[in-house]
Design a binder for this molecule. Structure first.
Ligand SMILES: [Zn+2]
Ligand SMILES: [Zn+2]
Length: 447
């Protein structure tokens, strides 16, 4: 009996501590929310394209330095000679314990913002091809950065509640899926403490602000870009018999590629083969010499990806042979070495553990299981092929009223990357800071 009373007392004390901790976290967020909103709106109005995150990274680094972190800038090495690495690594050591890495992205997209918000981006710049483009945080990486800065402040102020080494990174070039690799190549895990856990969040354009979502196991697919050059023998449009028409071959290839997923791949292994671009020819009466296709290939498992890529090459070359294209004009199938990213695998145990933490912090009704998607991220690289437990969770960002309307009317909400994507800042940031801070405190809790 005495033991039971003791156990009940211990339970109640720990429950009280949890409740108190949540209350103090809420109070700290209340105190900081106005300044976080200002930061968010400032970042939203000043987006920079991938590989050009100069001012964003410098602002981000300065903020973290002010909070007491040891900050290194300019981490990241690309193969492209003109690009600089704008990666930021902020470290805070706080005694013996696990090393936890939290990642945010820094880059924005070449999208002309059409939200009409008072703080909408009006930024225009030249892209790498020299074209003038609008720039917008249409993927919400400004939400992620602001959440990270809020979390960084909480954790710096609560050093009595965690032990270990905290590594916060600002990753450039996520949209072009080469930033994580550029940071790893430049010594993210050799010059800085290698993490025991890696976590991140991404805002969701479907989920209500105030909620978070989690996906144990494969969450996002691998993505591989493929270029196909179909070469024929051009000539006069009125004399097809003296040509080998690459337009007809390209049309057949596009249709035949659809049979890879439907006929060659197991229906139990998700896969996508999309031809996103097709270009060839100049006018009505000329049969061109070549047609160029651009594909994106998605899969979860590496063996499935390999099979898809092999089938693309086999089918394309086979159709060219059937069309009588000579072997020295065979199609060239090029698998990109840079526009490629691994699947994102959320280590199930870690993911479930954090989902439990989120339920405690946000309430059961605000934590939802989200099905996997075929979109892609380069966060997966930070797990070093699933050797480091990693998880990325979804942060609801949409006005709940709009989600309800969309469900009732069937009108889809603006997606991520849309010129109309407009997260509801305050509840999103509050929830993001609370969820991320709670997650780190759980993984690094002091004994
Ligand atoms: Zn994006
Ligand atoms: Zn994104």
């Amino acid at each position: 009996m005495r033991n039971k009373i003791l156990a009940a007392a211990v339970f109640l004390t720990s429950l009280t501590l949890v409740v108190q901790a949540q209350q103090s976290l809420d109070a700290m967020i209340d105190r900081d929310i106005a300044s976080l909103l200002t930061t968010y709106k400032m970042l939203h109005g000043a987006p920079e394209l991938s590989h050009h995150e100069e001012k964003t990274s410098s602002f981000f680094a300065t903020q973290l330095r002010t909070l007491g972190y040891t900050v290194t800038e300019h981490l990241g090495r690309y193969e492209h000679p003109d690009w600089s690495g704008y990666g930021v690594v902020a470290v805070m050591k706080n005694g013996a314990g696990p090393t936890v890495l939290v990642r945010t992205e820094l880059d924005a997209l070449p999208v002309d913002e059409k939200t009409d918000l008072p703080y909408a981006s009006k930024v225009k710049t030249k892209n790498d091809a020299g074209q003038e483009v609008g720039v917008m945080h249409a993927c919400g990486h400004d939400i992620h950065m602001t959440t990270m800065l809020g979390t960084a402040k909480m954790l710096a102020e609560m050093k009595d509640r965690w032990r270990g080494t905290l590594v916060l990174i600002g990753q450039p070039a996520e949209e072009t899926i080469d930033g994580a690799r550029a940071m790893l190549r430049d010594g993210l895990y050799t010059k800085f403490p290698k993490p025991d856990y890696t976590i991140a969040l991404h805002d969701s354009a479907d989920l209500e602000a105030g909620k978070v979502g989690y996906t144990p196991g494969y969450a996002l697919a691998s993505a591989t870009s493929v270029d196909i050059k179909i070469r024929g023998l051009g000539g006069h449009g009125s004399k097809p018999e003296s040509t080998k028409d690459p337009v007809v071959v390209a049309a057949e290839v596009v249709m035949a590629l659809q049979t890879i997923v439907s006929r060659e791949n197991s229906p139990l292994d998700p896969a996508v083969v999309t031809v996103g671009s097709i270009h060839g020819g100049t006018r009505y009466n000329i049969i061109p010499d070549e047609v160029n296709l651009q594909l994106t290939v998605r899969a979860y498992k590496e063996e499935v990806r390999q099979k898809l890529l092999a089938a693309i090459e086999r089918i394309t070359k086979g159709i060219a042979i059937a069309a009588g294209i000579p072997s020295d004009r065979a199609p060239i199938v090029k698998i990109s070495e840079t526009e490629v990213t691994a699947a994102t695998y959320n280590e199930p145990q870690l993911t479930e553990k954090l989902a439990t933490v989120f339920r405690k912090a946000l309430g059961d009704e605000n934590v939802v299981h989200i099905p996997s998607a075929m979109a892609s991220e380069d966060f997966g690289y930070l797990s070093l092929d699933q050797k480091i437990p990693a998880t990325i969770f979804w942060l609801g960002a949409v006005d709940p009223v709009k989600v309800k309307q969309s469900k009732e009317t069937g009108t889809p909400l603006p997606s991520l990357h849309s010129a109309l994507f407009a997260p509801l800042p305050e509840p999103t940031l509050r929830t993001g800071v609370k969820a991320m801070t709670s997650a780190v405190l759980e993984l690094m809790k002091s004994p």
